[in-house]
Design a protein around this ligand. Structure first.
Ligand code: FE
Length: 200
């Protein structure tokens, strides 16, 4: 572990407590593991990333908000009511026709949870964590995203102190859409940088 890259090498006290509680509740028949999985899925895919989608859609429709977001992400994100509880820094990376950003945590699973919720299983997996750095284009291809050679791919390694969120490109042909409609287009994967946003 590098001095400038602090990660949790062992499960945190909170993780262990949650595991212990889950085991006990399942053992006593108080909760169904499938129901817990469904709840976690909700936070991974539905509730969590909706916060990020609101941030992205606002940036697409409001250039001044976008400027604030790129300059000081925590403050701009807090304008919409989402705040990191542990004071971790967040930075927003803008994708353009020339530059594609993607985010990884090579050592564990650091993730901008105030805007994306819980990290998906693949984000925490050893293959993604190692290969995103070694072969980012290959990993993106597996996600179904093939980038032209002239597009520069930048990989950002998250830490406990610095979490990254990708601001994806606004798709062509969405000029007439409202901010609310735009929110529905923004996927979690596009904010991790393993997908583009498609027009619905
Ligand atoms: Fe990490």
């Amino acid at each position: 572990m590098g001095a400038d890259h602090t990660h949790q090498a062992v499960p945190s006290d909170m993780t262990l407590r949650v595991k212990a509680l889950e085991s006990l509740l399942v053992e006593k028949g108080l909760v169904d593991p499938a129901a817990l999985d469904a709840l976690v899925d909700t936070y991974e895919n539905k509730v969590g990333p909706r916060n990020g989608a609101k941030v992205v859609a606002r940036a697409w429709v409001d250039p001044e908000y976008k400027a604030r977001l790129l300059a000081d992400a925590p403050a701009a994100i807090a304008e919409l009511g989402y705040r990191p509880e542990q004071g971790e820094q967040m930075m927003v990376l803008e994708n353009t026709p020339e530059v594609h950003n993607m985010v990884v945590c090579t050592l564990c699973s650091c993730y901008p949870w105030p805007v994306l919720g819980l990290p998906p299983v693949w984000y925490k997996s050893a293959p993604y964590r190692s290969r995103a750095v070694i072969d980012p284009r290959g990993v993106l291809k597996e996600f179904g995203l093939t980038l032209p050679d002239e597009v520069e791919v930048r990989v950002w390694d998250s830490t406990a102190e610095m979490r990254y969120i990708v601001l994806p490109e606004r798709p062509e042909g969405t000029g007439g859409m409202s901010e609310e409609e735009l929110q529905t287009l923004v996927s979690r994967d596009s904010m991790v940088g393993v997908a583009k946003v498609d027009r619905a």
